[in-house]
Design a protein around this ligand. Structure first.
Ligand code: CP
Length: 299
């Protein structure tokens, strides 16, 4: 079987992505029913995180264990990567020892370099450019709570950064309408916008009109911490609240990938509003990553 990587959502066909979210829902049902499902017995995964993580790390480690395999967490600080070993050399060596690698690093180019040198499947655990694993969980969650996402209207209210870019890819792959509200100067790049069919609107209120799904993200993503004070001013009008959701479709769903900064991109209460699926999406990170691991390792 030729190796497959998952660096962006465009590495899968729409049919494969549909099968992945269906499989994630099956794995969730089996997990909640207490069924043992060990499809990856004897398989090992390496998890390289150059940036902090809770959900992605635990989903990968717990997911590998639940499928009968095991995961090895590699902190760059404790490996030779932290002392300058080329990432392509690390990829060649790990390819001889483990069956899959998952990497979180700011540089998408580094991820691509690793994947090109590796003989094993490589998963993007988030870069500055894309966060495709989050989208698998978000789509699974929408479909679990509201039905098929194809043809629906989605509003993304935040920075035109990695999650926004993955929503632009997702709109292509799942066939939904995407309306963006990004503060001026924080829009996705013209090339990214041109490659998708998202509509850029002036205000969050315009973007959420009739939206079946409303999504936000932190104002200062990993890598932008030093801009925190400036962003708090620029993004102030972009906070998601119950009042903003009232302007969306009556059956709208709200998603946030977490961790959240209450008082910034969300007010203190909206994550616990009945329209919020943020906690379901967080739990679905486990099931969607298990489905992805099966897809890449078993075909
Ligand atoms: N949403 C997300 O990727 O969470 P972590 O940063 O905790 O992995």
């Amino acid at each position: 079987m030729a190796k497959r990587d998952f660096l962006t959502l465009l590495d899968c066909s729409p049919a494969e992505l549909g099968a992945l979210t269906e499989r994630a829902a099956e794995l969730k049902r089996a997990h909640l029913a207490g069924e043992d499902h060990r499809s990856l017995t004897g398989r090992t995964g390496a998890l390289i995180l150059q940036l902090s993580s809770t959900r992605t790390r635990v989903a990968f480690e717990a997911g590998m264990a639940q499928l009968g395999g095991q995961a090895i967490f590699l902190s760059p600080a404790d490996t030779q990567l932290g002392r300058g070993e080329p990432i392509s050399d690390t990829a060649r060596v790990l390819s001889e020892m483990v069956d899959v690698a998952m990497i979180r690093t700011l540089s998408h180019d580094d991820l691509e370099t690793f994947a090109a040198a590796a003989d094993i499947p490589v998963i993007n655990a988030m870069t500055a450019r894309y966060h495709p694993c989050q989208l698998l969980a978000d789509v699974q969650t929408f479909e679990e709570l509201r039905g098929p996402i194809g043809g629906r209207r989605v509003a993304f209210i935040a920075d035109g950064y990695n999650k926004c870019n993955s929503y632009i890819n997702a709109a292509r792959q799942w066939g939904f309408e995407l309306r963006l509200a990004c503060p001026r100067g924080h829009e996705p790049s013209p090339a990214t916008l041109a490659a998708g069919n998202a509509q850029l609107l002036e205000t969050p209120e315009e973007a959420v009109e009739g939206a079946h799904l409303v999504v936000t993200d932190v104002w200062s993503s990993i890598g932008h911490e030093e801009e925190q004070a400036e962003r708090q001013q620029r993004f102030a009008a972009y906070q998601v609240s119950e009042t903003l959701l009232d302007q969306a479709d009556d059956g709208t769903l709200f998603l946030h990938c977490l961790p959240a900064h209450r008082g910034e991109e969300v007010n203190a209460t909206v994550l616990d509003d009945p329209r919020s699926g943020a906690w379901v999406a967080a739990s679905n990170r486990l099931h969607s990553q298990k489905a992805l691991l099966e897809f890449l390792l078993l075909g």
